[in-house]
Design a protein around this ligand. Structure first.
Ligand code: C2E
Ligand code: MG
Ligand code: MG
Ligand code: MG
Length: 290
């Protein structure tokens, strides 16, 4: 089955090579219980508008508080959840939780705040993704324009997903391509698909100031995105050098440890309150750099 899943199986080994078979089995068997007992939690990482320094959105990132192993990385358990199919339910939970939380923050004063939620290929294959998303938006009262759904190139490239993507876009949801440039894809899909933005993968960003080839790729991505009227987020921005390169080349938004690490809902709420009570744009501070 590894072959069929292409890139996916690769990640599977990447994320789990240190885990023993027994640990893996325990994690795999624990997923349903985790869902039932509320062991999953979302952390949130701010996205900062490069030109203004304004916090415009948050990416919701799953965490598993495992009773025996402590906090388990999504890189480890998401492949297991995909394998067992439980990612469909876990993903639906994450979507609902993220939308409800964002609505609560909006109601508390963070008007227009956007929330980005990662989707898995399995959620497209499951029946009625569009219905699930529509119900979550209705139930939580979140405006569709404040929801962003992140998909990967492989998901975007599948013809059978096109109708679903178009329906989501027609609802007013922002679709973005995560880890842009790291999977199998052709650039032609960028003109074909109802996608509004791309997220430049951290593997390119980390080459800024180190490898001219990474800079060339980022530069080209930004030019193409601009011409196609797509917005761009750079992921994994950790240094001032990376930030200044991205600013210089008109990258729209920045996400990375330089500004904020992913944090709990409580800590994120604190950040949002602090920003509101500050007249100027958010700047990075010692505590936020964690
Ligand atoms: P992703 O969607 O590409 O998320 C970005 C990852 O980069 C996150 O890892 C984030 O914590 C990390 N990151 C952000 N800024 C920096 C930085 O400056 N430096 C470094 N070194 N890392 C940074 P995380 O939280 O471990 O998540 C890993 C992956 O798990 C995500 O990659 C995503 O593919 C998947 N994932 C997380 N939550 C969900 C979910 O709710 N559903 C699905 N299907 N996948 C999820
Ligand atoms: Mg993502
Ligand atoms: Mg990414
Ligand atoms: Mg990813």
């Amino acid at each position: 089955r590894a072959k069929e899943e292409g890139k996916n199986h690769y990640k599977w080994f990447d994320g789990t090579e240190e885990a023993g078979a027994a640990e893996l089995m325990e994690l795999r068997n624990g997923l349903r219980r985790a869902l039932e007992r509320g062991e999953f939690e979302l952390h949130y990482q701010p996205q900062i508008e490069a030109a203004s320094g304004r916090l415009t959105g948050l990416e919701a990132l799953l965490r598993w508080n495992h009773p025996r192993f402590g906090q388990v990385s999504p890189q480890k358990f998401i492949p297991l959840a995909e394998e067992t199919g439980l990612i469909v339910e876990i993903g639906a939970w994450a979507l609902r939780e993220a939308c409800a939380q964002n609505k609560a923050w909006q109601d508390a004063g963070a008007a227009g705040l956007r929330i980005a939620v990662n989707l898995s290929a399995r959620q497209f294959a499951a029946p009625d993704l569009v219905g699930t998303v529509r119900r979550v938006l209705e139930d939580t009262g979140l405006d569709p324009s404040c929801l962003e759904l992140e998909i990967t190139e492989n998901m975007a490239m599948r013809n059978e997903n096109l109708a679903t993507l178009e329906q989501l876009r027609d609802m007013g949801i922002l679709l973005s391509i995560d880890d842009f440039g790291t999977q199998h894809s052709s650039l032609s899909y960028l003109k074909r698909l109802p996608v509004g933005r791309i997220k430049i993968d951290r593997s390119f960003v980390s080459g800024i100031g180190v490898d001219e080839r990474d800079e060339a790729i980022i530069h080209a991505m930004l030019l193409i995105a601009r011409r196609l009227k797509l917005s761009v987020v750079a992921e994994g921005v950790e240094s001032d050098l990376q930030l200044s390169y991205l600013l210089e080349h008109d990258c729209d938004e920045i996400q990375g440890y330089l500004f904020f690490r992913p944090q709990s809902a409580e800590q994120t709420g604190e950040v949002l309150r602090r920003i509101r009570h500050r007249p100027s744009a958010p700047r990075k501070t010692g505590s936020e750099r964690a």
